[in-house]
Ligand binder design. Structure first.
Ligand code: NAP
Length: 284
């Protein structure tokens, strides 16, 4: 159980629109309770057009920090006074810290989450060994591309419905990013990793229409979508005998450094994945 709320209880949270579905309060409050930290982690849903005013108001220090989810990640980076290299590379922030001197510091821990999910669910996978293919060119794809290149991927390939957005991602991240057409199986023939960073598959629909059979059997397939946990895309990959990693593990992976930044200590080792699975089942 969390300690009782008192005059010294610290407040942190997540902001999104919508945000009621977020699993972050479950994860962070479970860690806070296990670590006996006098803090609470809540969800905020500011109106989209008033996000900047909402976040600016927190410079007063009322809230220690905020995780950000759709649609506030880009705006969050824009209003920060300082940004980590990861946030700048990703072009978005999933964490804002409100410092005692009034500064807002932005970070992006999604890339850490992606690599943590791969380490946990595809042990032995090494991003340095083969090109990675990312499906999508939004904020999550950009963060993933930057993190994989930082981790030593020899090339990152992008396929996106809107070609111009893929080109913009390649230009922003730079270096070893190549854009392919949606129908081009040559993008898959020698990859070590395929990541769904689109919203396709959310709510149980079909995943991205790439022919996974064109990729080596040894490739790992990761889906950032985690509602449902086993997406159509992951089912298709598993049916081909490929190893898979899921979006829930990535969510937990990004929460670990967020918790440490917000509360000053690493989270305790408890089974938050089990709690999230239960919540997903209840909401299904
Ligand atoms: P975003 O910026 O809105 O980008 C959405 C992407 O999905 C774009 O590439 C978009 O293509 C594509 N897309 C949407 N509808 C499509 C359709 N009908 N057909 C083909 N492509 C379509 O969103 P984001 O922030 O990057 O997030 C992407 C996904 O990753 C979301 O599902 C999000 O929940 C998930 N995510 C998960 C985690 C985690 O921890 N597990 C973290 C971050 C994000 P266009 O450019 O053509 O519109």
């Amino acid at each position: 159980m969390n300690p009782p709320i008192s005059g010294t209880t610290m407040v942190a949270g997540v902001a999104g629109a919508p945000v009621a579905h977020s699993l972050s309060p479950i994860i962070h409050n479970a860690w806070l309770a296990a670590a006996r930290i006098d803090a609470v982690y809540v969800a905020f849903a500011p109106p989209r057009e008033r996000f900047a005013a909402f976040a600016e108001g927190l410079r007063s220090g009322a809230v220690r920090g905020l995780n950000l989810t759709v649609p506030f990640k880009e705006q969050g980076l824009a209003l920060a006074d300082e940004a980590s290299a990861a946030a700048r590379r990703a072009g978005s922030a999933n964490l804002l810290l409100f410092e005692p001197d009034g500064r807002i510091c932005a970070d992006n821990t999604d890339g850490v989450g992606l690599l943590a999910a791969l380490a946990a669910q595809a042990p032995g996978f090494d991003p340095r060994h083969a090109p990675a293919l990312i499906l999508g060119a939004g904020g999550a794809a950009r963060g993933a591309a930057a993190a994989l290149l930082e981790a030593g991927a020899p090339e990152v390939r992008i396929i996106n419905r809107t070609h111009a957005r893929a080109e913009a991602l390649a230009e922003a991240v730079g270096g070893l990013v190549r854009v392919f057409d949606e129908v081009d199986d040559r993008a898959l023939c020698d990859v070590g990793l395929i990541v769904n960073a689109t919203t396709l598959g959310l709510g149980g629909g079909a995943g991205p229409a790439v022919s996974l059979g064109a990729a080596p059997d040894s490739a790992v397939v990761m889906d950032m979508v985690y509602r449902p946990l086993r997406t159509e895309f992951l089912h298709r990959a598993a049916a081909l005998g490929m190893r898979t990693a899921d979006g829930l593990e990535m969510l937990i992976g990004q929460a670990v450094p967020s918790f440490a930044a917000l509360f000053g200590v690493p989270p305790p080792a408890i089974d938050v994945r089990g709690l999230c699975l239960k919540a997903l089942e209840e909401k299904a």
